[in-house]
Design a protein around this ligand. Structure first.
Ligand code: BES
Ligand code: MN
Ligand code: ZN
Length: 490
């Protein structure tokens, strides 16, 4: 766990491996973005050259005196600076520090908008992450070398309090990333069930495990169908945070937890199957969000639902062309066993609607490859039957830079899911596949305000582009949902 402290000025700061000094890039010269009382003389010759111009994310180590080390950090042009500039620059700074195996940083914080300070810390904390659990013994010495102490110099007590709150939030993002990065063989429905119980104890949440027997009793035929080829039982897991016990308001968040998606009998090809351990990223996000909500003492009622199964191949696999009955009573013709996420979510949605009287439901799922085609790896797909809810999620996306973009769910798209022998089929073909996936889900939410976030592009990256990402798993959704929940009217 990282230790975050603050000091009013340098003379009161602890000893550290390096002092970080941020700079703005001006047209003709580079200028400190913070108050620096010392080092002027030492830095002058350097700043008169063009070796360091203060470009966004530019870093330069500077050595002088007895083992004194400075790290100059560029923030780009002051006029163009946004919260995201801060996240990225400070994340790049952390990466430069980690390369040198430094662990204690003193930071002169930029003198700029108050809200930017939070972004400074977010960038640093998000970048201070590695997933090396699966690396060879021989690499041990490189393992777990992360920052352990950061002192923010030049902040007030109130500003610092907000920054401190980021520690439980970002460690929940790391927790979500860990779940997604780890092996599919390990992170399955049984693991999730045990994890929920552990988390209930540790964070004061309430965990309820709906096991296979219960799913059978409640006739949740779609999740049972999807899991039929698997060696392990499926589970639906409830994780509850009662942050406002006197209110009936309740936000339900549902995560797709397919531990591995082979595609089923409609088997995925080489090139499509290798990343499918990440098909539980929605579930991982629900765990991370509930953990953060509990640790932050969020004053909202939130129930997380994790629907978990494995879409495997075996003699007992569910079959294309067959019809299965959902918890809602609607029957579904399986036109493609690879459209399994919407099936397990449909039963989870029915459960929420029938048993939990939710004020609103938000589901997160790595639902379609189509969303990668539409929005790439930079933007999450948003679908909703409720404009206000969609707008609030959009705003949370802008605030956190976990951006979402809304796509339509016009009723005309429903024709793609017509079946001749059942109430509907589960897949509508290639055209508008992300939309028809969302339309399928919508059939199970009735009138409840609902939003669906398709994170197939944003949860697990093919290449790392953002400085605050370092592994394929991003942990997307946790910061987004916490921001959304914090801004809900009390
Ligand atoms: N888990 C996949 C979606 C996915 C694809 C996630 C790529 C991450 C990266 C989902 O279960 C799936 O297979 N969807 C199909 C649906 C189709 C059969 C209607 C798809 O999008 O191809
Ligand atoms: Mn699939
Ligand atoms: Zn899937």
């Amino acid at each position: 766990m990282i230790h975050l402290t603050h000091a009013s000025d340098i003379s009161k700061s602890p000893s550290a491996d390096v002092l970080v000094i941020p700079f703005w890039q001006h047209k003709t010269k580079v200028e400190p973005a913070c108050i620096i009382k010392s080092f002027h003389q030492q830095l002058k010759p350097l700043l008169q050259t063009q070796d360091f111009v203060g470009k966004e994310g530019e870093t330069l180590f500077f050595y002088f005196g007895k083992g004194k080390r400075l790290l100059l950090l560029g923030l780009g042009e002051e006029k163009k600076c946004t919260a995201e500039t801060m996240r990225r620059s400070f994340a790049l700074m952390v990466k430069a520090a980690l390369k040198k195996k430094l662990s204690h940083l003193n930071i002169l914080v930029p003198q700029t908008k108050k809200s930017f300070l939070k972004a400074v810390c977010e960038g640093m904390l998000l970048a201070n992450y590695r997933f090396d659990r699966l690396k060879e013994e021989t690499l041990k010495e490189e393992k777990s070398l992360l920052l352990s102490k950061i002192c923010l110099i030049g902040t007030s007590k109130e500003e610092f309090k907000e920054c401190e709150q980021l520690i439980p939030l970002i460690s929940s993002v790391h927790f979500t990333r860990d779940l997604v990065n780890d092996n599919a063989d390990k992170i399955n429905a049984q693991f999730f069930s045990a994890l929920a119980k552990e988390m209930a104890k540790e964070f004061g949440l309430k965990a309820t495990i709906l096991d296979k027997k219960y799913l059978e009793k409640e006739k949740m035929g779609l999740i049972l169908a999807v899991n039929r080829g698997a060696a392990q039982d499926p589970a639906v897991i409830l994780l509850e945070h009662r942050g406002n016990p006197h209110s009936k308001e309740c936000t339900v968040i549902i995560g797709k937890g397919i531990s591995f998606d082979t595609g089923g009998l409609n088997l995925k090809p080489t090139g499509g199957i290798e990343t499918m351990k990440a098909d539980m990223a929605g579930a991982a996000c629900v765990f991370g969000t509930l953990r953060a909500a509990a640790e932050l003492g969020l004053k909202q009622n939130v129930i997380g639902i994790i629907a978990s199964a494995e879409n495997a191949i075996g003699p007992n696999s569910y079959k294309p062309g067959d019809v299965y009955r959902s918890m809602s009573g609607k029957t579904v013709e399986i036109s493609n066993t690879d459209a399994e996420g919407r099936l397990i979510l449909a039963d989870a949605l029915s459960y929420a609607v029938q048993k939990l009287s939710p004020t609103r439901i938000i589901d997160l799922a790595t639902l379609t490859g189509g969303i990668l085609v539409a929005l790439g790896e930079e933007t999450t797909g948003l679908f909703s039957n409720h404009d206000k809810l969609a707008e609030a999620l959009y705003q949370a996306g802008e605030e956190t830079f976990e951006r979402v973009w809304r796509l339509p769910i016009y009723p005309e798209y429903k024709d793609a899911l017509k079946s001749t022998i059942a109430d509907l089929k589960n897949a509508g073909g290639r055209k508008a596949s992300s939309i028809t996936g969302a339309i399928f889900l919508q059939q199970f939410v009735k009138e409840v305000p609902w939003a669906h976030l398709d994170i197939a592009g944003t949860a697990y990256l093919s290449e790392i582009k953002m400085p605050y990402h370092s592994t394929p798993a991003t942990g997307v959704g946790v910061r987004l949902l916490i921001e959304f929940l914090q801004k809900l009217p009390k």
